[in-house]
Write a protein that binds this ligand. Sequence first.
Ligand code: G3P
Length: 217
Amino acid sequence: MKFFVDTAEVDQIAELNDLGMVDGVTTNPSLIMKSGRDILEVTKEIADMVDGPVSAEVVATDADAMIAEGRKLAKIADNIAVKVPLTWAGLKACNVLTNEGNMVNVTLCFSANQALLAAKAGATFISPFIGRLDDINLDGMELISDIRQIYDNYGYETQILAASIRTVNHAYQSAMIGADVMTAPPKVIKQMAEHVLTDKGLDAFLKDWEKTGQQIL
Ligand code: G3P
């Protein structure tokens, strides 16, 4: 499973990247706002640091303007994936930008039918938002599972990028279902290392070790 980091905070991406945990990065207008950085500058910095796809999102709402913005974002670096919303205009922009040889990430996906349309429009990635479905008492994981089945039924190559991941359980379930990629905030990726029995076991080992009076170095 590929791990993308869902943030525009360069330091946090660098920390995980140094551990080999980063296969790509996703950003969106809200994350750019939180970073306080200029979109072109921060996206370039991230794209230079990370080997894999770095998603940068358009903000226009009509297809022609999305395409123009997408072309500009794609020029930032070779590893930019242009992110477009799952609207009819976004699907049109996806098709044009894909045919021009760009990676396209279709975002704000909340139904299997939307995901089917994105695959037909040639999307490189489809981003179903798990947490936001859970927020309204729907089942985000069921959507990941439905899209997996539909894409496998017909051999679509669009990669399922499980997004709006808020918990380690979302990450685990996405991996179990077979999402190709998950994008998660750095905090969630770090939390995946945590287990109460690991802490307890380590504590016991260290206490016993102290009793031996030995040192390794
Ligand atoms: O990957 C999309 C993500 O940034 C949205 O997450 O937590 O705002 O729903 P969230």
